[in-house]
Design a protein around this ligand. Structure first.
Ligand code: DGJ
Length: 722
């Protein structure tokens, strides 16, 4: 049993293999957060009443006057807690006070799905245990169900809240966090993953300071700019040591994560849907379900935290046939041709790639309507017969006849003002009556909160899926929301997300064989919400291998390697004009879902030969890279080098990758200590006669090349043990 109730002080102990989380029902009925830390076998001691001047006082409770700095599980405002609330509501009388007290609780095996929302799931009831604590505000008849699911062996806890209006009048939710967590002190660094288009998920680490510090998206997507993830880390935390508390929101829309350091130095973290420009009307009897927050604690530093997230998300968030499949080595025509192609050209690229060992050909943007540039046709999902005279069905036949799979790009959430769809339904886009419709990439966003829009998209995509041989879909999304109106100004963004999730659920369950890859101008929606439907994401539009070191390293803080798309593209690189070797580009791209995004026909023969051997190698290592355990060894954010290794579950297969960025004269060879190996095993480096003991490799390490032989160099080792 991972949840136990300590009767004497009315405390719930939520225990994973290595962590404990304790919640106490105070004598006042308030729900207090008592502990989140290393596994605690002992009972919890009641800390008793405390007192301090200038603090609101609640007579008769063991909380005493600490309403403004006690640690609460789901705090409200208006009666003595001046910090960020979890829940803020406006009642029909205009008041915004809520006083939530314990009503009941229930513990059960397993985990129920979150209605309409993506969430971590349990395959068997025995692998998870759920505690639901119901709180109530008696005056207004508001109930809040706080759900906690303990995935003991995965070492993770999920939290969410459901708010029900049991009163007679409608009421409004102004903010509903998925969870609030109060920490005992503020001697932490705050870790976030900020970025931009083509520079996604760099790692920001900054000491907490008094007051509030936050990240948020109000763009209608989780965004390139901020990722729905924060962590608090010990000052001395590094890849392998120190305590780290990671919080990851399973949501793809507007979110906020705040950390507030209060007067005594305690830290309150609140994560959930962004409350800016958000209101949700709850009629009498209605409920609102928040997205889920995943809590992961590790005493083994960032590496420990990431490995928990990777395994949990790979095994209990991703779903479907491709969850563990050998992801296809692909070729995508985007950077090879952009909009300028015809059937003959595509088939000739595919055929050359097939000869090199590529398994999937992906036709990107430009195959539909009259789309010769990015200013038209989104929404008109019918083949452009000038480019593809016999349509998508025929092209897919030709590609599959080569012995390859066929994949197709869509941007289903968008509409171009210059499209038949827009001309027929100008009201289907997100807009506000009489306001100009701001465009991004010359396109508008279809309002997925409307059923007619969702039905159209499911129908039009379904027709293509069932009339052609499609094995893969790249689902793109290339602008953010403006003039967010139509379904009630402040509800639209969330209703849109619910609509999008409904469409994704429908399509992925109706077409289970298709591998869906999520994309939003690269990694603009690289979040756990999308991963529930699509196990793979195009990590960034920046395909330069040097940039990718940081992007893939930062992404791996939370997201599994099997979710990261990584392609070799042409040089000079199209995003930053850097020139690096094919070998280096190959090594970086092989650290994810591998593919090519260039015109292979134009490569000199020696490069073609190298591509053949890269693909052969990737096929040998992909199970270990994608589904083994990743250990980050050297951070590109901290120096000139970058390294990581992957270890198969049986520890017999190890793939290690090392690179440096800029050459330096007279820089001697170095050492790279591997991690996660079996110290008792001997490992042979494939392709050589060299054998090393696992203990040796982890304590002494492999020799890395001198850094004096030119910029952008990489090394790669495939080690195997009997
Ligand atoms: C943005 C994507 O990230 C690219 O890979 C490509 O598909 C373009 N859109 C096509 O418009």
């Amino acid at each position: 049993m991972s949840i136990r109730f300590q009767e004497n002080i009315k405390a719930f102990h939520l225990g994973t293999v290595k962590s404990t989380y304790v919640i106490q029902i105070l004598s006042s009925g308030h729900l207090a957060n008592r502990y989140w830390g290393e596994k605690l076998e002992a009972d919890f001691q009641d800390i008793g009443p405390m007192d301090r001047a200038f603090s609101p006082f609640l007579p008769g409770s063991n909380l005493k006057s600490l309403l403004d700095s006690a640690k609460f599980e789901y705090p409200t405002s208006g009666n003595g807690d001046y910090r960020i609330p979890a829940l803020h509501m406006k009642h029909s009388d205009g008041s915004t006070i809520l006083d939530l007290r314990y009503k009941s609780h229930k513990i059960s095996a397993g985990k129920a799905p979150l209605k309409g929302l993506p969430a971590v799931y349990a395959v068997k009831d025995s692998e998870a245990e759920t505690l639901i604590i119901t709180l109530e505000d008696k005056l207004k008849n508001i109930e809040v169900e706080l759900s906690y699911t303990v995935f003991a062996t995965y070492d993770a806890i999920t939290r969410s809240a459901k708010i029900t209006n049991g009163g007679k009048d409608a009421t409004e939710i102004l903010k509903a966090a998925s969870a609030v967590i109060d920490f005992d002190h503020s001697n932490y660094d705050l870790i976030t993953l900020p970025g931009s288009w083509a520079r996604e998920r760099s790692i920001s680490r900054a000491p907490l300071r008094p007051g509030s510090q936050s990240i948020a998206s109000s763009r209608g997507a989780s965004s390139h700019q901020y990722n729905p993830f924060v962590a608090l880390a010990d000052k001395n935390a590094d890849e392998s040591k120190g305590e780290v508390f990671g919080m990851s929101l399973v949501y793809s829309g507007n979110f906020e994560a705040d950390a507030e350091v209060e007067q005594d130095g305690l830290t309150r973290v609140s994560v959930g849907i962004n409350s800016f420009d958000f209101t949700w009307r709850l009629e009498s009897g209605e409920s609102f379900q928040t997205p889920e927050l995943v809590l992961v604690r590790s005493s083994e530093g960032f590496g420990g935290m990431s490995r928990i997230f990777h395994k949990l998300y790979r095994e209990r968030l991703c779903r479907g046939k491709h969850q563990y499949s050998d992801r296809y080595v692909l070729i995508n025509n985007w950077e090879a041709t952009y909009f300028n192609f015809n059937e003959e050209l595509l088939v000739s690229i595919a055929s050359e790639a097939k000869n090199m060992g590529v398994e999937l050909f992906v036709l990107d943007d430009g195959w539909f309507g009259k789309r010769n540039t990015d200013n038209c046709s989104l929404g008109d999902w019918f083949a452009d017969l000038n480019k593809l005279p016999a349509g998508i069905g025929s092209l897919s036949e030709k590609i599959t006849a080569l012995g390859m799979k066929f994949g197709l790009w869509f941007e289903p959430e968008m509409v171009s003002p210059d499209s038949d769809l827009y001309r027929a339904h100008p009201d289907w886009c997100i807009h506000v009556k009489d306001r100009p419709r701001t465009e991004g990439r010359q396109q508008l966003i279809l309002d997925f909160s409307r059923a007619c829009v969702r039905e159209y998209i499911v129908d039009v995509m379904g027709k293509i899926f069932s009339s052609s041989k499609i094995s893969y879909v790249k689902w793109d999304m290339n602008r953010h929301m403006t003039e967010i109106g139509s379904a009630g100004q402040r509800e639209t963004a969330h209703r849109y997300m619910l609509g999008l999730y409904e469409v994704l659920e429908t399509l992925t369950s109706k077409y289970p064989d298709i591998l869906f890859e999520s994309c939003s101008g690269g990694g603009g929606r690289f979040d756990p919400g999308m991963m529930f439907y699509m196990p793979q994401v195009w990590t960034s539009d920046n395909s330069d291998a040097v940039s990718r070191l940081k992007i893939q390293y930062g992404t791996s803080l939370v997201y599994p390697i099997s979710s990261m798309g990584a392609h070799v593209s042409a040089v000079p690189n199209h995003q930053n004009h850097r020139i690096s070797s094919l070998e280096f580009r190959g090594h970086v791209a092989m650290s994810g879902n591998f593919g090519y995004e260039l015109d292979v026909r134009k490569m000199p023969q020696e490069e073609k030969d190298l591509v053949v051997s890269q693909i052969k190698l990737y096929k040998e290592i992909r199970r270990t890279v994608l589904y083994g355990t990743q250990y980050r060894l050297k951070s590109p954010f901290e120096g000139n080098e970058c390294a990581w290794n992957y270890v198969s579950d049986d520890k017999k297969d190890v793939v290690a990758f090392y690179s440096y960025v800029l050459a330096e004269a007279n820089r001697r060879t170095g050492k790279l200590k591997l991690a996660g190996l079996d110290p008792a095993k001997n490992y042979k480096i494939k392709g050589t006669e060299e054998v090393y003991n696992g203990d040796y490799l982890m304590k002494v390490g492999l020799v890395t090349p001198s850094q004096s032989s030119g910029d952008f160099k990489s090394s790669f080792w495939h080690l195997q043990s009997e």
